[in-house]
Design a protein around this ligand. Structure first.
Ligand SMILES: Cc1cc2nc3c(=O)[nH]c(=O)nc-3n(C[C@H](O)[C@H](O)[C@H](O)COP(=O)(O)OP(=O)(O)OC[C@H]3O[C@@H](n4cnc5c(N)ncnc54)[C@H](O)[C@@H]3O)c2cc1C
Length: 386
């Protein structure tokens, strides 16, 4: 098989890369190992992020509109941020973008990319039995990606900071009727960060995001579940009987920094490039796909010819990612009392003062964030990006 652009991975970034490359006039194949039964984690996004990324949330996959997000400190204090949010039906979302890809002329192919080889100004990707020769290969195969690394790229910096995560669909009468997405930080969220996203009716998802403890996050989930039930016990009768349905696992590069994004005939986007979050990675995929199509049309698919992608991405997002990492690293270093004070300060109950709070150099990042008017939304966005 031959094509102009081969996208490996129907991730949000991969779908958008395929669509935008096809719209740019390239002949595109989108390859995914699980094309028939995509079952991805991640289901919540907020208007601000979607708008920044140029994404319009469509009714066909919207499950529930949210009124905002709430950050909860270990003592249970919360800061609420009014912001329009969306719980999406992830299967319908993936199906929608797959249909859009097909109607843009993208060919869908089920299969697993094993490795790639550069042949002059083309790259061949080897599947189990087939091989595909492309002018440009886009690696959009998520944090577990190996194509880019095998080609000598270092697509993310601080890969050791990937948060390994588990998300469970849960059911309890009226639990999904809450209107705020909720995050816990500090000891309430064993392993690092925990989330609750109401899906409407009796359904919601619970997630734990764990850093520095390997990929088996099940014990952290069990621990959080106990705390979650205790936290909600006054609000819901019999919360002990909460049912757990499907469970999904994955890695979230929320704290890493994107690194090198292109090599000869190769680009890397989405989680594979450390670009976390649904909306942000979709925007990155869009930029990636349009640069790929232009490079093919120009006949220059060299690293230099494809480097416009990295330049454009950096112009839009680099500082947001840098600030995001700095603030999340700061949060990770904070003790429960400090988080309580931060949340109380953000909710306007008490101003954050210096003293012991400004103990470590990393805290400077939090101060920078706190001095900006959009502080609370920025902090929440950084927690949310992944
Ligand atoms: C548990 C969890 C919950 C999250 N919740 C949210 C959320 O609510 N909101 C938000 O904005 N972000 C969330 N994130 C982050 C978000 O999922 C990712 O940042 C974003 O979806 C980007 O996905 P990805 O690029 O990592 O690719 P993935 O979603 O991992 O997709 C990669 C695709 O590539 C395919 N693939 C992999 N290897 C190969 C191969 N060799 N050959 C062919 N195909 C291959 C896979 O089948 C898969 O379809 C969450 C992450 C996790 C882990």
């Amino acid at each position: 098989m031959k094509c102009d652009v081969l996208v490996v991975g129907a991730s949000p970034a991969g779908l958008m890369a395929a669509i935008s490359a096809a719209k740019g006039g390239a002949g595109v194949i989108l390859l995914d190992r699980d094309l028939a039964g995509l079952d991805h984690a991640a289901n919540t996004l907020f208007e601000g992020m979607a708008a920044t990324s140029g994404i319009k949330v469509e009714d066909c996959y919207l499950k529930k509109e949210l009124e905002g997000m709430r950050i909860l400190s270990p003592s249970g204090q919360g800061v609420s941020i009014p912001a329009k949010g969306y719980f999406i039906d992830r299967k319908k979302f993936d199906e929608h973008y797959l249909r859009l890809a097909q109607s843009s002329g993208v060919s869908l192919l089920a299969g697993v990319a094993k490795k790639s080889r550069l042949d002059g100004s083309r790259r061949t990707v080897f599947l189990n039995e087939d091989e595909i020769e492309a002018r440009v290969v886009v690696d959009a195969s998520g944090v577990i990606s190996h194509l880019a690394r095998e080609a000598g790229l270092l697509p993310m910096r601080h890969a050791e900071d990937i948060a390994w995560a588990m998300e469970a669909d849960v059911e309890h009468p009226d639990l999904g009727e809450e209107m705020f997405f909720q995050y816990w930080i500090g000891s309430m969220a064993p392993g690092w960060k925990a989330t609750f996203s109401p899906a409407g009716g009796d359904r919601a998802t619970l997630g734990v995001f764990v850093r520095g403890h390997g990929q088996n996050v099940q014990p952290f989930f069990r621990d959080f579940l106990k705390r979650f039930k205790a936290f909600k016990a006054t609000q819901y009768r019999d919360i002990e009987n909460l049912k757990i349905h499907a469970v999904r696992r994955g890695g979230d590069p929320i704290c890493v920094l994107p690194g090198e994004m292109s090599a000869n005939s190769l680009m890397v986007t989405g989680g594979a490039a450390g670009q976390s979050g649904l909306a942000y990675s979709m925007r990155a995929g869009t930029i990636c796909g349009s640069v790929a199509a232009e490079a093919v049309a120009r006949g220059d698919v060299s690293r230099e010819g494809l480097s416009q992608y990295e330049k454009l991405w950096r112009r839009e997002f680099y500082w947001q990612y840098r600030m995001g990492r700095a603030s999340l690293q700061t949060l990770a270093m904070m003790k429960d009392e400090e988080i309580d004070r931060l949340v109380a300060g953000l909710s306007g109950k008490r101003l954050i003062s210096g003293g012991s709070f400004v103990k470590k150099a990393g805290y400077a990042a939090a101060i920078v964030l706190l001095s900006r008017p959009k502080t609370v939304f920025d902090l929440a966005t950084n927690l949310m990006r992944g």
